[in-house]
Design a protein. Structure first.
Length: 330
């Protein structure tokens, strides 16, 4: 049989992910992609409580804030172009009202910090080794919020800088949560504004840093090659979205499948198939909801939900699924 791609042989992980786990995904928009897939499959998961974070220092700062959740104050925000913004947060937390912006920021921080010490698996995705510092005070920002470029200095982090920062941080996290499993990955999304060459320099820096951390903590850290899968197995623009930089849905699904192959055992993958069947059933919209056939369909859907709950009581049901179960049990 002819192989039409260079298949990547990913070593087995030292640990499995199950529905008993409480997970958190932090980092680039690829962390969002994988986190959403986990949500769709009913895992107990938190995703990017600060919004998308691209560089290792900003991700580290987010983790430190979750360990010590001091609320953000009005002085932590700045006003620009008609809205209040936080340098530590994605633009989805920005608002025309400083009160509303802080309400969302601190509400998310409080809720996420409450579970951070209890998560069993932390998945970190670095996007770029470049950071932007405010010239006024040297602060590394997670998001420039389209402020004039003259206000920032751009810096390429070294491998040692990333490893030193994360070595100390991980020790701090493990002192609070000694059983925490950590998965590192590098985002497959290219940062084209860095240019073709410097994007590769950036990704290489991240890869070397994550390799060093994996070697330093071999029993606690696993590396998942999302970047390599996109660059080698999916080396074709048909696997990219229209912008030619982000992975297409097909690519995301493929990488998700490989992720499951590495971190989930045979029993878990069987449950995932049942969850996918349930998702297809829930996406069905009848022409006439009042007919008996649809009521029978709902009853079959309820039985699927009950079977899943019986197999694993930790599985997270959606609001819609709970409503179906409640209505049919009345």
């Amino acid at each position: 049989m002819i192989n039409y791609c260079t298949y990547i042989d990913i070593p087995e992980s030292l640990f499995d992910i199950t529905y008993n786990d409480r997970l958190m995904f932090l980092g680039s928009c690829f962390a969002d992609n994988m986190g959403v897939k986990m949500m769709e499959h009913r895992f107990n998961v938190s995703v990017n409580p600060f919004g998308v974070l691209y560089n290792p220092l900003s991700v580290a700062l987010g983790c430190r804030r979750l360990l010590d959740p001091v609320p953000f104050a009005e002085d932590d925000l700045f006003y620009y172009d008609g809205m209040y913004h936080s340098f530590m947060h994605h633009g989805k937390f920005s608002d025309v009202s400083v009160t509303d912006s802080l309400f969302r920021i601190n509400g998310t921080l409080s809720a996420t910090a409450e579970v951070f010490r209890d998560i069993s698996c932390l998945v970190i995705t670095f996007g770029t080794a470049y950071v932007y510092r405010l010239k006024s005070n040297g602060q590394v920002v997670a998001n420039c919020h389209k402020l004039p470029a003259i206000q920032f200095e751009r810096e390429l982090l070294t491998v040692d800088r990333i490893v030193d920062e994360w070595s100390v941080l991980l020790e701090n996290i493990w002192s609070e949560n000694p059983l925490l499993k950590v998965i590192f990955t590098v985002s497959p999304i290219r940062h084209w504004k860095d240019g073709a060459h410097f994007n590769q320099i950036s990704k290489a820096t991240l890869l070397l840093a994550e390799q060093a951390l994996t070697e330093k903590f071999p029993d606690r850290i696993s590396y998942f090659p999302a970047y390599e899968l996109m660059m080698d197995e999916l080396r074709d623009y048909r696997f990219y979205a229209d912008d030619m930089f982000h992975p297409s849905d097909i690519a995301v699904n493929y990488i998700w499948t490989r992720f499951c192959d590495v971190y989930m055992n045979t029993e878990m993958k069987g449950i995932l198939k049942e969850v996918e069947s349930l998702n297809r059933a829930l996406s069905h919209r009848p022409l006439n909801p009042s007919v008996n056939a649809y009521k029978q369909f709902l009853m079959q859907t309820l039985l699927k939900i009950q079977r899943l709950q019986h197999k694993n009581p930790y599985i997270c049901l959606s609001k819609e699924e709970k409503e179906i179960a409640s209505k049919l049990q009345e």
